[in-house]
Write a protein of this length. Sequence first.
Length: 80
Amino acid sequence: MLKKIGRLFVIKTKVEAYLIIYALALGSTARGAQYLTEYPGWGGKLLFLATTGAVFLAGAKILDCLRMEGEASGAEKAEA
C-alpha cells in the first residue's frame, strides 16, 4: 500500500515535470511580489530575481533527471 502511495510522488513524464515547474514558478513569482513590496528598491528586485532563478535551476534539474532515467531504462531494455 505504501508503494502505491509513494508512486504518486514520482515524476514519470515530461508533462508532469512541466506542471510541477509551472506550480513552482507561480509560487516563486508570488513570493517575489511580496519581496518587492517588503523591500522596495534593488533589494526587492534582487530577491525577486533569486526566487525566479531558483525555479530555472530546479526545472533544469528535474528535466535532466527525467532524461537520464529514460536513457538508463532504455539501456536496460537493450541489454535484455
